[in-house]
Design a protein around this ligand. Structure first.
Ligand SMILES: [Zn+2]
Length: 470
């Protein structure tokens, strides 16, 4: 990763561009040609690459949209020739960023694609990986802007310092590293009721991928420790299964701790991150005595709900610790699949668990907003459009498309799917929460409010986020 702090330049965002931001998506409003000329004069080639990647477009697709040759786009990105002012307008329209986005003059962190962990390179095409990387860069810019105004929790990831991880601080085996992290984070040996919130509380930025459609299907969760704050991007829309979501969050946490040199798609690293996640969520020494002596899916289902892990990972655990034989292990999966087809053992949606929905960036913005920062100010500072700014914060801008998530169902703590569930499911969910010692949830929206404000919860504005003086 490299930092760029480009030379300062006179503001190139004209008032006409504010108008442009407010336009309905498909309408083109007139923009002062002088502002295009100013942007062309201050053109930052790396910003074009970033915007193109964010749009998930190839150079050829951009060239076709503008009616120029791919060579010309290549030259603009290489910095050998700047685009003409009229092309700046075309780039702005095609890539759905304000033209000021392309001007030099604001800091950003460049993330190499090799710096992020992707589970499978085969499943994640290069263009989607580039999109995910560029999104993470944009999240970093958002964090940078918010940290000027709001104090985020200090980073407490053993061995992590300013975008680098030293492996000396932690045991190198995944299981021992998970135990050591539990010790350092004072998690004891019991279940971790709110994993995502716990990660945020220790200064890790967790966010959800905003990509819709095919991009959602193809982009797996990913993480990077090569930025000043570790970032984990989760993709709950893929399965909307809170237990998978928690396992993925723990898996990415394992990468952050164990693999400072990401080797995207490396099977050994993936296995280690899985082993870390299993030990973090269900420490072997504690879970082993609780596992049923013979394969009993109902007993595993109870344990699954109690510990917040999938039945599958408990079946793995049973085999790992020798409770069941290899044939019994295979039969258990067959039986589980049959029951799933009968709509039994179905997934629990992520939105029903506010502690597993990222909240840090949204809360940080709300705190800054209460102190005078408007969404428009923030979008202008980042030189992005308002809906996209909202999307990076995990907020939806009413009736507006960010270009990523127009078709996606955003998972937020306030999306309140609970009222759509049958009464029996609601009742069992309520009983389970009570059994787990969590406050009863009257509605998802109320639950979110309770979580952010109620006593005994970690994410309160006074405790976690403090406005810096001055
Ligand atoms: Zn991985």
């Amino acid at each position: 990763m490299r930092y760029r702090r480009s030379r300062k330049l006179a503001a190139v965002t004209s008032s006409s561009e504010h108008t442009m931001d407010n336009r309905p998506d498909q309408q083109v409003m007139p923009v002062d040609p002088a502002s295009y000329a100013a942007v062309a004069a201050a053109f930052d080639p790396a910003r074009l690459t970033q915007a193109r990647r964010l749009a998930g477009m190839t150079k050829k697709a951009v060239a076709d949209a503008l009616g120029v040759s791919p060579v010309a786009v290549g030259q603009w990105e290489a910095g050998t020739h700047p685009p003409r002012p009229d092309h700046v307008g075309g780039l702005s329209d095609s890539l759905r960023v304000p033209s000021a986005f392309f001007a030099a003059g604001r800091p950003y962190a460049r993330l190499e694609s090799s710096a992020a962990h992707f589970r499978s390179l085969r499943k994640t095409p290069a263009i989607q990986r580039a999109m995910a990387i560029a999104f993470t860069e944009q999240v970093w810019e958002l964090v940078y802007a918010l940290e000027k105004r709001v104090q985020l929790p200090p980073i407490d990831l053993p061995g992590f310092s300013a975008g680098e991880v030293s492996k000396d601080e932690m045991p190198s085996t995944p299981g021992a590293a998970a135990q050591e992290l539990r010790r350092r984070w004072s998690l004891g040996t019991d279940r971790i009721p709110k994993l995502v919130r716990t990660m945020e509380r220790h200064g890790i930025v967790v966010t959800l991928t905003p990509f819709a459609g095919p991009a959602t299907k193809n982009v797996d969760a990913f993480s990077t420790s090569h930025l000043p704050r570790p970032v984990v991007v989760l993709t709950p829309d893929r399965a909307d299964d809170v237990y998978r979501h928690r396992f993925t969050a723990a898996h990415e946490l394992g990468h952050l701790l164990l693999h400072p040199d990401a080797a995207p798609g490396d099977l050994q690293q993936e296995r280690e991150a899985d082993a870390f996640a299993a030990e973090l969520l269900t420490p072997a020494a504690v879970i082993t005595p609780l596992l049923p002596a013979r394969m009993d899916l109902h007993a595993l289902d109870r344990l699954s709900k109690e510990w917040g892990v999938a039945v599958e990972s408990l079946i793995y655990r049973c085999r790992e610790v020798g409770v069941i034989s290899e044939p019994a292990y295979r039969r258990a999966f067959q039986r589980l699949n049959q029951l799933r087809q009968l709509n039994l053992f179905g997934p629990e949606p992520v939105s029903g668990y506010p502690g597993e929905v990222p909240m840090l960036l949204r809360r940080a913005f709300e705190l800054a907003e209460a102190n005078g920062l408007s969404p428009r100010d923030l979008a202008d500072e980042l030189k992005i459009k308002l809906p996209r700014c909202g999307c990076c914060l995990g907020r939806k801008t009413q009736g507006r498309s960010c270009g990523w998530c127009n078709r996606a169902r955003r998972v937020t703590a306030t999306s309140a799917p609970a009222r759509l569930l049958p009464t029996a499911v609601l009742k069992s969910a309520r009983l389970r929460r009570q059994a787990c010692g969590e406050p009863p949830r009257i509605s998802a929206a109320r639950g979110a409010a309770e979580e952010s404000l109620g006593p005994g919860h970690e994410l309160t504005s006074g405790k976690l986020l403090v406005i810096q003086n001055g």
